[in-house]
Design a protein around this ligand. Structure first.
Ligand SMILES: Nc1nc2c(ncn2[C@@H]2O[C@H](COP(=O)(O)OP(=O)(O)OP(=O)(O)O)[C@@H](O)[C@H]2O)c(=O)[nH]1
Length: 370
């Protein structure tokens, strides 16, 4: 049972690796949004800052340049540190303080507060619904303070009462709607990830035996071969075929055949290590991938499997069914491809079959032949 669990764990690990690459792409999208908005903000800050200088409002122009400089510093800091969390926090803080400044100063023709409508969707998108909501509530409180106390030292403008009421009402509405949209987006995303995880697991697993299927094994073979080419690691494969399986089906029925395949799989799992990949290669054929295993070690394991299968009592509905296996073993060597390796294992298996079955090829003298 432990081996079955270990085996499903390793399929799950491969599924998780695949799913985390999907999550990483999503993180990258958020990062791209922050970067594009930073660049967009920089453009507008310089543009409006210059316009303010031309129209004689130098203080406002310098303030906008100052925010532009912070934006550049944040982009540069991220470029060197790659600290995503700090980058996002600094970006949203810069945006928040800039909008507060625009609200307190009135910006162009007292339109400063209007920029705040960008804040809730941005906060939700970057930080999630909880932090996004907290940021929006803090924003609305600070705006209300500016609206309520125009005599404060940094507040240089005043807004009409109607505008203030409408702004707070519409801002609250935007916040609520951004919350609903982002909550729906995140729920849909996590449901999709959950479904993708289930499908990915099913797409890699053989339904009858719960072993890796051919697709999963092919991916593992490619990875192992890539590792072999890069770091000169070695590995072996064992191609196993149950002998005269057609007879089992014909004599005891298809259900008995299925039960034998399941029990046979458990035996293979029980005798393999956690790092080995055991797959149902097709029908009554199984392929084992043995990382860091020499030909001799693989032959020893194959022989242990052969003996274990031959000695195991396979039973279906109290009927004992004799089962034996043949196997072709092959170790990777230089300049080989996966296809060549599989071809060689197939040739060896064919030889084991033609020499009488219930045997391993290449044969090693020290093993007692059946
Ligand atoms: N019950 C069952 N049988 C299967 C399944 N997949 C393949 N088979 C059967 O496996 C048998 C394979 O038969 P053959 O390819 O002729 O080989 P064999 O009888 O094992 O003979 P050798 O391989 O030469 O020893 C066929 O009868 C297939 O129907 C399955 O999922 N369940």
């Amino acid at each position: 049972m432990t081996h079955r669990n270990n085996h499903s764990d390793s399929i799950q690990e491969r599924v998780n690796t695949r799913i985390s690459s999907v999550k990483e792409r999503d993180d990258q999208r958020v990062l791209d949004v922050s970067t594009n908005l930073s660049l967009g903000a920089l453009f507008f800050l310089v543009l409006i800052g210059s316009k303010s200088h031309i129209s004689g409002n130098h203080f406002h122009g310098y303030m906008l340049y100052f925010f532009g400089a912070i934006t550049i510093a944040n982009l540069a800091n991220y470029h060197y540190s790659q600290n995503k969390l700090f980058y996002h926090r600094a970006f949203i803080s810069m945006v928040g303080v800039l909008f507060l400044y625009l609200t307190a100063s009135g910006g162009e023709s007292n339109t400063g507060p209007l920029w705040f409508y960008v804040f809730p969707p941005l906060g939700f998108y970057i930080f999630g619904i909880r932090t996004g909501l907290i940021l929006s509530v803090i924003a609305v409180i600070l705006v209300m303070i500016i609206f309520s106390f125009p005599q404060l030292p940094f507040v240089t403008t005043e807004y009409a009462t109607d505008f203030k009421i409408r702004f707070i009402a519409t801002f609250s509405f935007v916040t609520a709607f951004a919350y609903i949209l982002d909550d729906a987006r995140r729920s849909a995303k996590s449901e999709l990830i959950e479904m993708a995880t289930l499908y990915e697991y099913a797409a890699r697993t053989d339904e009858l035996t719960s072993l890796s299927n051919r697709r999963d094994m092919k991916e593992c073979l490619d990875k192992e071969f890539y590792r072999h080419q890069r770091s000169n690691s070695y590995f072996s494969i064992i191609l196993i075929d149950i002998d005269y399986f057609k007879r089992v089906n014909d004599t005891y029925g298809h259900d008995a055949g299925d039960a034998i395949l399941q029990e046979f799989s458990l035996l293979l799992m029980g005798l393999s290590r956690q790092i080995d990949v055991v797959s149902r290669w097709g029908g009554e054929e199984f392929l084992m991938l043995l990382p860091d295993t020499s030909l001799l070690q693989a032959l020893t394991l194959a022989e242990r499997l052969r003996v274990a299968v031959a000695e195991h009592t396979f039973k279906y509905k109290s009927e004992v069914i004799p089962v034996t296996m043949s196997a072709g073993v092959c170790a990777v060597s230089q300049h080989e491809s996966i296809n060549q390796l599989l071809k060689q294992a197939d040739i060896n298996l064919y030889e084991a079959k033609s020499k009488g079955r219930n045997r391993i090829e290449p044969a090693v003298k020290s093993f007692s032949s059946p």
